[in-house]
Design a protein around this ligand. Structure first.
Ligand code: FAD
Ligand code: SF4
Length: 511
């Protein structure tokens, strides 16, 4: 049968079994579409990265003599919509069967199911052969259990896949989780090697994006594009991580620093989320490297990394498919405020936010703790509507695809799901930020002050948040201690806290 196979922009899986089939009657199609560039305002580097990676993948297939239709953004044949493009190709090429891989996004899953249902030719959907788990594995794992926690799922994944296990049942190193040793502050030592960057000229693609008048955010140095956009690039980032960064990854996983955008983080999320790398090969490479260098690399560095991929990444995917589509509307804390303007220009006197947002705008990247404990923390403390927060995160990061963005943002960071992902809200006052970073040293505000004009805004916002969300959170056992501290506050002080927090929330631009 004359078959058309769709490859979405985040399905660039070189190792998919599709490519082992007899290819004579098969045509692959990849398309850059306004449907995908416009559902949210994306960072310019994210659009460039996806288009470059898709083009590289299209060329890779062509070089293997596969038949490929590639619709670039300004191609006159491009109707800019998935259904319209597919219908046109199916009729023009007399296609007899349509095939696609299960999308990771609910939106596209629905669209393709509907499209296939109304087709007059046969259609079939295939696994994307990327994740360790199937869409509904997590749901099955937690069937009949009351509370979901990532930790038990992670242990199950370690055992099931025989990863970092000393015996069939016992974890390597005698402990499942070395989280407690993953909390060091970085103060200049050990030296951080330069990231495995790329200095690519992407001016051609940039021009096309500009011609198409796609609305984007953030900045880009068109002669020094820094992200991996092919399988070779991605493998080289992985290799660089193992050789240079893994040795300290765990120790400084939660650290923050004004001069270091990447610290010891891997920068592998885009390669994995676009499927140029599989999570299994990333985990295998890291573990193989560890076994060869056990004399110098501690298990805590490796376990910390494996937990993120085998644990959190798969867990978030499972939660997404378990909870969608309702998850998209979750706002259990009833937060209603707008996200401050400075999230789009980094113009704030709060040094931690300034650096984290600047990093995001310049690199389409921020590491996990910047996302969670700086920008996410502030958005939650100022009681921002989760839709506003989601749109920002979904647009700004190179790795932002809804299945992993929304679960991290609405779930882990904003507690809008009421505790499905996190057991308590990730909120903190300035003292945590000061403990983990050097941000407070040169800040306009004083982290030690509470309600004065020059006091760190996080301090009053933190207590005000607990005070205003008491009804929603009072039953949470893990919040008990914080509420008892709040109860001990002098009424006069509490009033000052409320007043200062109100001022910050209603006038974000002056802070
Ligand atoms: P590393 O620190 O080197 O970690 C290695 C890998 O582990 C990452 O590449 C990623 O694949 C995985 N990982 C780590 N933490 C998580 C996590 N919490 N959930 C899922 N996978 C994880 N990650 C995305 O891939 N896309 C997103 O849109 C996204 N949005 C986020 C929004 C918020 C509010 C928060 C708090 C986190 C978000 N994350 C997201 C998770 C995490 O911050 C990024 O995966 C990580 O910063 C990517 O950088 P890295 O590759 O250098 O990661
Ligand atoms: Fe951020 Fe407060 Fe520290 Fe300033 S003092 S960097 S606002 S935590």
């Amino acid at each position: 049968l004359k078959t058309l196979r769709l490859i979405l922009g985040d399905q660039l899986n070189h190792q998919h079994s599709w490519f082992n089939d007899e290819q004579d009657d098969i045509t692959y199609v990849l398309m850059e579409m306004r449907q995908e560039t416009d559902y949210v305002v994306h960072h310019i580097q994210k659009v460039v990265a996806f288009f470059s990676a898709m083009r590289n993948f299209g060329n890779y297939l062509r070089n293997k003599d596969f038949q490929v239709i590639y619709l670039s953004i300004n191609d006159p044949e491009n109707l800019q919509n998935l259904d319209k493009n597919l219908n046109k190709i199916i009729s023009e090429k007399n296609i007899e069967k349509f095939e696609y891989q299960f999308p990771d996004e609910y939106r596209l899953d629905e669209q393709l199911k509907k499209f296939s249902k109304h087709l007059h030719i046969k259609s079939e959907a295939f696994d994307s052969e990327h994740f360790f788990t199937k869409r509904d594995d997590l749901e099955k794992f937690y069937e009949g259990k009351k509370q979901l926690t990532m930790e038990y799922f992670y242990r199950y994944m370690r055992e099931k896949n025989n990863i970092l296990m000393a015996t069939e049942k016992d974890p390597e190193g005698g402990k499942w989780n070395f989280d407690k040793s993953n909390r060091k502050k970085w103060t200049g030592d050990p030296e951080i090697p330069h990231e495995r960057g790329f200095r690519k000229d992407v001016s051609k693609i940039l021009k096309e994006i500009e011609q198409a008048e796609i609305k984007t955010m953030g900045s880009l140095d068109e002669k020094k594009f820094n992200w991996p956009t092919s399988r070779e690039d991605s493998l080289s980032v992985l290799n660089y991580f193992c050789k240079n960064l893994l040795i300290h990854f765990g120790d400084f996983q939660d650290a923050l620093h004004t001069e270091q955008e990447y610290l010891f983080h891997s920068r592998l999320s885009f390669s994995m989320n676009s499927k140029m790398l599989s999570p299994r090969e990333v985990v295998d490479s890291v573990i193989d490297f560890y076994y060869e260098h056990r004399d110098t690399i501690d298990i805590s560095q490796v376990e910390g990394f494996v937990r993120q991929i085998l644990g959190w990444r798969e867990y978030m995917r499972g939660i997404y498919w378990k909870e969608m589509p309702g998850y998209r509307r979750a706002n259990k804390l009833d937060n209603q405020n707008k996200l401050p303007e400075f999230y789009w220009n980094a113009e704030t006197k709060m040094n931690c936010l300034h650096h984290s947002i600047k990093n995001s705008l310049e690199n389409a990247y921020a590491h996990h703790i910047q996302r969670l404990m700086i920008t996410g923390n502030y958005a939650l403390l100022t009681q921002t509507h989760p839709d506003e927060v989601d749109h920002w995160y979904l647009g700004i990061y190179i790795d932002a695809i809804e299945w992993v963005e929304i679960t991290n943002t609405r779930g882990m960071s904003q507690f809008a799901d009421g505790g499905i992902v996190a057991t308590k809200p990730y909120v903190s006052s300035g003292s945590y930020i000061n403990k983990m970073s050097n941000y407070c040293k040169n800040c306009h505000y004083k982290v030690s002050k509470k309600t004065e004009e020059d006091a760190c805004p996080f301090n009053s916002l933190y207590w005000n948040f607990l005070d205003s969300k008491r009804e929603y959170l009072k039953g949470n056992q893990r919040m008990k201690m914080m509420f008892s501290l709040l109860d001990k506050k002098d009424p006069g002080e509490l009033e000052k806290i409320r007043k200062r927090a109100k001022k910050i929330i209603s006038n974000p631009s002056i802070f």
